[in-house]
Design a binder for this molecule. Structure first.
Ligand code: CDT
Length: 320
């Protein structure tokens, strides 16, 4: 079922109408053409609601395959894209271009060199790929841990990107991307904040059950919004967080996709756990209210006393 909420903001030449295209579960045996058809339908709904940019979640073309262990990683090769667009994703690009909407799409990328990344691309309204982001913070584990209710083997199937958090000029503003676990780290937002980012696009697959500490299960929704709202506010940027939610192959995942203003306030939020499009008109000039006041980096930041943030990885305790 589709629900649309529309938040009209102060209009300006630098407003972008963005849609968060939340997905419900994708079954293990759901074919790529079937999924692409789902995405195309959401593009049409979003365009009809006035969207210029449609944001799909992390790994939007397949089930969340890192939950299954394979001894030979190549056994999962069919979940990866070797070209973008490829023959099965070209119809998505064609539909978007026809509608005049851009999109962000998360998918598993297998490079000609055999590298595997959890990737998101940003596509402009003319169908050109303007940006490619490869996930930096890879959560979960690498080896088989069959005693878990389900596994989270991202560290087996994806390598950490060293490309960092670039931003791109697109859609009349400055755009960046991050993927799922990246949203929990303040460095993600600040890296882009320091490049003047005005909208950060984030897709996620977040299981409700967190095996290392199930006490966090009930807080998944709170933590999701907490980190994205803080990232938005502290960097004066819009944040669009988009879930693949619902119960997929027996694993329940968080939905609650949200469009967040530079004030940190949520201006639109999904109300289902399935395929749902939410839309908001986002005034990019609103970012300056925060970038030029409380979070005027030039005036107030003190990088000379932040040395540990880049020089040190883990905690070093003070002497006893
Ligand atoms: N996809 C992804 O990054 N999910 C993680 C869950 C990690 S639990 C092992 C997240 O941070 O939501």
């Amino acid at each position: 079922m589709l629900y649309i909420s529309y938040m009209s903001s102060e209009q300006s030449p630098r407003s972008v109408t963005v849609a968060a295209a939340q997905l419900g579960p994708i079954a293990k045996d759901e074919s790529r053409p079937t999924v692409v058809e789902r995405l195309r339908a959401m593009l049409r709904d979003a365009a009809a609601a006035g969207a210029e940019l449609v944001v799909f979640p992390e790994l939007a073309l397949t089930t969340f395959f890192p939950r299954w262990f394979t001894e030979d990683i190549a056994g999962h090769d069919h979940y990866y894209e070797t070209s973008m667009p490829g023959p099965e994703t070209q119809p998505l690009f064609d539909e978007a271009k026809e509608l005049g909407v851009g999109f962000a799409l998360g998918y598993a990328e297998l490079t000609p060199e055999g590298e595997r990344f959890n990737t998101t691309i940003l596509v402009e309204r003319d169908g050109s790929i303007v940006g490619r982001f490869r996930k930096v913070h890879i959560p979960g584990h690498e080896g088989d841990e069959p005693w878990r209710a389900f596994q989270h083997l991202e560290r087996r199937y994806f390598q950490e990107s060293d490309e960092g958090f670039p931003v791109w000029r697109a859609f009349g503003g400055i755009f960046g991307m991050a993927t799922c676990n990246d949203r929990r780290w303040p460095e993600t937002y600040r890296e882009m904040g320091l490049q003047g980012v005005e909208m950060i696009l984030i897709g996620y697959n977040t299981p409700i059950h967190y095996a290392p500490d199930p006490g966090q299960n009930a807080l998944q929704g709170f933590h999701n919004h907490l980190c994205m709202q803080a990232g938005a506010y502290q960097n004066g940027t819009w944040v669009v967080g988009v879930a693949k939610g619902g119960t997929e192959e027996g694993v329940e995942s968080l939905a609650q996709s949200a469009i967040i203003a530079p004030s940190g306030q949520i201006v639109a939020q999904a109300v289902t756990t399935g395929d749902e499009v939410i839309v908001a008109s986002c005034n990019l000039d609103w970012c300056d209210h925060y970038k030029q006041t409380l979070f005027n980096f030039d005036t107030y930041r003190r990088p000379e006393v932040y040395q540990r943030i880049t020089n040190q990885k883990g905690v070093i305790l003070p002497p006893e």
